[in-house]
Design a protein around this ligand. Sequence first.
Ligand SMILES: [Zn+2]
Length: 382
Amino acid sequence: MSLEQLIELSRLYGSNPQWVLAGGGNTSVKIKNTLYVKASGTTLADASEATFVKMDRKKLAAVLKKEYPAEPAERESQALQDLLDARAEGQELRPSVETLMHELLPFTFVIHTHPPMVNGITCSQQAEQAARTVFGDEVVWIPNVNPGLILATTIRDAIKEYKTQHGTPPWLVLLQNHGLVVAGDTPEEILARHRDVASRVKAHITRFPELDTVPYDGRQAETLAYQIARAADELVPGTPDHQAVFICNREVFRHVRSAKAFTPLSRAFSPDHIVYAGHRIPFLTQTDDFGAELAAVRRELEDFLRETGRIPPVVAREGLGVFITGRNRRMMDAAAALFLDAVQIAVYTQAFGGEAFLPPEQTDFILNWEVERFRTRVSAGE
Ligand SMILES: [Zn+2]
């Protein structure tokens, strides 16, 4: 088994939006005492030898056995330091925050992705019950917990219990409001297991998203895009360079009919949706009063800015569609991709009792992380 095979698998899943988007997901291969895991901040689509971090597996095992303080900030900073110290000599990149999960699954290859169809289960009301219906006792279900060390220890305990009950380790893990983990000993096994997961979920889906284009009022969209961008410029000091781009399709249009119809898209499904598309999506109601519309745009942007320290990446407008805002094309593309991913998830959840968002506790946890990251980016002049 080789790093080259892992690179090939990473590119395969990383370049297909039906498995993962933007910087989401992570992969690993175990070669004797070494674990090669995706470096944080890299994308699977661009996987190469340089995007993996070489980890010492003995040191990772020690992290999993260690007792940490109960206080969250202290616990996470110690665990992060131990993770960095578990790198092989000369390694400088930061390993994925989910590295310990990779060490815990006793298979050569571990592939973690965020497929919208599978998230139709993990972000649904039925959640675990739906996972059991679709995958029987092959799946290990991990409920919503904070990422980092707590997620790792939850997975450790769940795998241990699975082994006690079944005598074999699990190859399939579903993370609530997050995604999929598939493990296997050969690339062929990995490919076959992903095909199996996709076809089993597909058999339960009751409606597929309709992502074809629909006609819209281009002039109105253009005017509002301009107003949103200018309002953002006014609220954020610095270079006035915000942009707002309009997007719509049949499924989006269906959801912007009213605030009620938009409910399934109003909040974030998973950590990546928070990071790229925002923890919630402001909804502007339809009005013919131009002044009132401007005031509403400004108020919505201001509220979001106060909550998170940034302009909302996505803003919805009743009867029209959504606007992607930002000042960096790459971030705007990611926001659009993650929003359209959420649209698909919302439709898929209809087969499993309807949508269920990431709970407030986990949302706040991620938001605080993200705010820190965002502050760092701002101070770096990005
Ligand atoms: Zn993930």
